[in-house]
Design a protein around this ligand. Sequence first.
Ligand SMILES: [Zn+2]
Length: 1011
Amino acid sequence: MNKFDFLDPTNVGKDYKGFILLSIEDVPDYKCKSVFLRHRRTGLEVFHLIKDDRENLFAFAFRTAAKDSLGTAHIMEHSVLCGSEKFPLKEPFTTLASQSISTFLNAMTYPDKTVYPGASLIRSDYFTMMDVYADSVFFPKITHDTFIQEGHRLELDDKGNMSIQGVVYNEMKANFTTFYQIANDEILAAMFPDSYPAFSSGGDPAAIPSLTYEQFLNFHKTFYSPDNCCLFLYGDIPTADQLDFINEKYINRLEQKYNCTTDVPFAEQKLPYVKPEVKELLKLNKLQKSVSLEKTAPEQGATGSLALISKYTGRPDMEKYFLGEVLFGNDSSPFAKAIKESGLGDMPYTGNYGQFLEEFWVLGIGGVKAGNEKKVFDFMEKQVKKLYKKGVSQEDIDSAVMGIDFNLREENRWWGPYSINIMEKALKGWVWGESCTSQLSPITKFEALKERIKSDKQLVQKLIKKYLMNEEPDCRLIVRPSKDYLVDRAKAEAVLVEKLGQSADKEALKKDLDRLHENQTRLETPEELACIPHTKVNELEKTVDEPSVELKTVKGSDGSDIPVLISDEETNGIFYIDVLFPFDRLDPKYFMHIPFLSNVITNIGWAGERWDKCISESACLMGDVWGRILVGSVYDVPECKEMAKKYEAYNFCGRKWIGVSGKALTQNAKETLDLLAKIITKMDFKDARRLKTLIQEQRAGKKASLVNDGQNLAFKRCTATWSEGYALAEILWGVTQLYTVAAYKEKDAKKILKQFEYIYRESLKAGGLIHITADKESLEKLMPMLGDFANAAGITKLLPSKNYGLQDFLPYVVAAENLNGEHTKEALKTESQTGYSAVVIPGSQTLSKEAASELVYSSWLNTHIMWEKFRTTGGCYGAWAGIDSGERLFKLSTYRDPDPEKHSDLLPASLEEAAKTSLTHEDVEKAIVSCYGDAITPLTPRDRGKQAFETFVYANNGFKQLRVDRILEVQDEDVAQAAQRLVQMAAKESHKAIFCDKSKESYGKNLDIPL
Ligand SMILES: [Zn+2]
């Protein structure tokens, strides 16, 4: 048979092994081509973005939606990964995660779909993942045990106390804890009454226990059929190879299971097919007439009410994106600025809700004083009219265009490969039954829009009229924080437990639980685990790539040599710059102000101009400019000490920095550097009114993110007295910082500004350095400009650090005395339906064989003991072990934990139990491969530059190969020793912190969270 050319247009309409090639398209915005195919018999659709990228990605996606909050789709997402026909393991997903070299492996439930993506740089690994995922989604076991483990069950503890447990149940409790999470749900419920966005796709813990096992099984039948599956592919593995794989391994089995005996009637339909019953579910109800609604949400995270007007704006469109950037793109944008200056609240709440086929705008403010909500509505209406009448300035338009241009050009890797972003865009159109490429031309669409922007001076006004002054009904919504919200939920839960307990068949329940618990604790044998093939250590490429920097110098304003660190990366005509000054010559009493100061420095104006003019000026020229903090230490190991010694004369190793960072198109290099120099040298600290707004926003932001930040806060606490580096981290980003933020008072604005000016100027006087990440062409253009820039920015020779130690920082750590002693315990208390626990014990020093063994061991722990004890049995959403060998620490933690008090003790105790398990050679090998996989995960050009720079200034750049070598050398007995060593370490010293609800009983020392 001749090779089938998928990109030959004459092949459109022809079959390849039962797959009809339906279309071939150019996707110029992502520099690739695409093919769309459908399997004749099963209806399975495949879309492949053929791209010269070694990091291949696949995703099985199913349209899933529901008009209830039972969380069925979410529980299903978890459950199909708990064993399948070919992979009858307890959790093939974790087994896979524990041994693959994946660069991404996950599963996500969206309101309208459930997606199972995996990515890898290694072909064999890619197909292993695809095999496990295909079998899991189409042929899962989904037993009753799985259902009660992942969904919900009545659980009895040793004392006979009843509670509702379940992984999803507990995970979702955290989603029903804070003000803005609930407020957001209320907005969707208001705008799409009785249609799927109005319900919680993840599941509402109050509703989840009503889901029955039968309903659950039916859900799989309805939604997980091949004719409701979108198989997304991206990368350089040939389409034929991928279809061969699916054909060989799955098509027959799918045809049998789903009874596919003839061609599906829509086989040759050009557009994606959506089953009628799914189409019906995906329909959106809109408001027929305008409404006013009042709702309540938890007090946690709120500084006042949220009041907003929302308005339908039709289908996705570039115009709307542009209008949003013009009106709200940055603090100086006209609408955003008016909101800030209105004094009506502290949290602008505006934007386009774009995840559904019908979109809508929200114009609102959070943190509104009770009684002022209606004023917000009047204010919004007036603003829209005013802007429509007056129009906006050319700067507002220019900065919006620059912002969009920049975003479309910059490659990011927010939470996985860049291809995940493309996948999400493709799936949008696909799920709705539109072409998979319908959302894949943002650049082309924006270029066309730019022509209209140039030729039509009234365009923004026309868009305001079209989107914000249309005849569509709107919704005025007030969400008020309520003290009773969480209390009421907790009461309702208790009533439900009582009710379920009364109606439960105790004997049957006990049997269920015994079987479940036994199954959960049973270890799988190596023979059972062998069903998933794994890569062997000797098959791995030994040499790994590590980004590096080149050290150069330019003359500073004092005539001395200023260090310039250069990262040469493929940045696509963009450059990134950091200009940093050490703050570590100041008295440590000032350090607590560094975080807020870094936020203030690019937001308060310079050179005598008002702050909004300044922000607008920079937004027209640059992708962004922001205050930057960089702190760290040179680790106490010979390799790092030696490297630091080599650069001693420059004084840059191990410093604590504050400064300005920016990103811009290289074509604007000269103007950008001029502006940066102006910002740095002519920063103003005069606008007290502006500072007041920033104080309010800082406080509101910290408050809103408090619960989500719980794990981080707990870790910062239990390490706060461990080392100089950790003490500083607690001061800058821990609970200690929350105390600092709470202490900023608006009335002190002038005083604060004076202090900030002092800190900033003193840091500048201590000298500086420059770091640039850019591609070769950009560097050629930039390098000759840097001398003038260093001079204009007043950068001078770096003066030596004062070398403060731990003792110098401790006086500024809140309640440091709580952390005195070999075994400490501390509870951070606030209002929260969820908790976190964090524990640290001593670990081995970086770059040593012992540290590598501990890393490998932690990887095994994560997919075995940690997962079983804390997730499947303990009901936590996650639990994790890891090392920070630079600080000689071993860390343990739980995430979204229903019982952090208990688990924080169980964490170190589980090390003892784990140490009794003897790992097989296979176990060790798999853990090594997994650690290796983490080490080779690709980074974006920007992050490569960032990593190289940061490791360089803390004297551990160039050690990645050494680290990987150490990992690959780990032997079985090293891991066994690591396990024993950690048990001894935990007995010697441990520091525990939990984040939990105020109502929890005493646990060690208490620390209230301010705000
Ligand atoms: Zn989940």
